[in-house]
Design a protein around this ligand. Sequence first.
Ligand code: PLP
Length: 395
Amino acid sequence: MAILVPIEVIEPKRVEVRDLLSVMADILRKWGVDEPVVMKGDEVVKGERIVEALRRLGARYIPVKRSGEQDYFTPLDALGFYDELSPSRLRVFNNTLELLYRNWPTPLVRLNSLSIGEVRVWAKLEAYNPFSNSVKDRIGWYMVKKFIEEKGRVEKVYEATSTNTGMAIAALGAIMGFSSRLYLPASIQKASDILLKALGAEVVRKRKALTVEFLDEVLEDARRDGAVSLNQFENDANFEVHLRYTAKELDLQMQSAGIRAEAIIGGIGTSGHLSAITFYFKNKLRGTMRIYAVQPAPGETIPGIRRVETGMKWIHWIRPDRVIEVTRDEAIEGVLRVARRDGILVGLSSGAVAAAFQKLLELGEIGEGDYVVIFPDNGLKYVEQLQAYFEKRGI
Ligand code: PLP
């Protein structure tokens, strides 16, 4: 065995995630490291990229070569790969930040509404995050954390958001003492302005869709005012946090419950969570698990998810097996199906994922076995869309 050295004693290097992808893929495929790092004193003299890849994956130790050794393979489990996932079992927390990252994993629950016979569907409920009640707490926290680690502090954040990332950033600003200005696109429900203001943020409602032009305007405003734009659409902390936590949690949860998923189905907005999950499982399981991505049908809007061609970063690094299209009405029908069988009111993008699962069943793509759906948030923000749906049908 190599000597295990705590990773925090080694000064982090600024390396783009993109440049580490092939090393991370290799580590996940082998489920360990077979080329140990060589150190001289506190300096890494060989294997810097391995150290950084292990750091991004959340390992606690690096394997360092002892002279004269031949067999270097060190499995990820021995490197403390799962150590960060140590929930506070009795759920007592010292502050609301701990309530976020020490409360993970978010639950994985079997759904009656989508399971039939020997087809078992498990939903990962991201609404169990405390600030935005959505998957976006993870990226808000990690983008801010990484920014502070690099630059020391943050005073003012400007961010384009379809609500959830904005709520996470506003909440973190309240906790950590920075101000936030959040830019909402036209199509988002009115309630969002109120929710963001209640959390202490300044809200700018734009009369356009969340396009590249929209993002450029936010960046320009931030430059003008000396604010930070974390930019969830481009910031690799988005991909990284889902690789280090969301995907790993799901892996550990499935192992603990003896679930071997045939496929995972999820929506794509920035593409952060599904790209990271795809990368993790495609490498770890060497391509034996399928990944389905869900996007709105042409001309449809579903809050939180977008069409691939509108441009998103990480989905181009590693592609899902198939993209399924869903209309807004189908997404709402998915919400109602889950609500009326499982008693959980999920959000519209979760409803879209539920509807996509039904479509895959009809297409004959779903055989016996276990399936995982990722539900990004709950339905409380979408009362306006539900009301419009009911009114149209005289319900
Ligand atoms: N669903 C909801 C409700 C969201 O808010 C988002 C992102 O904003 C997504 C899905 C998509 O997640 P991602 O940005 O990781 O692709």
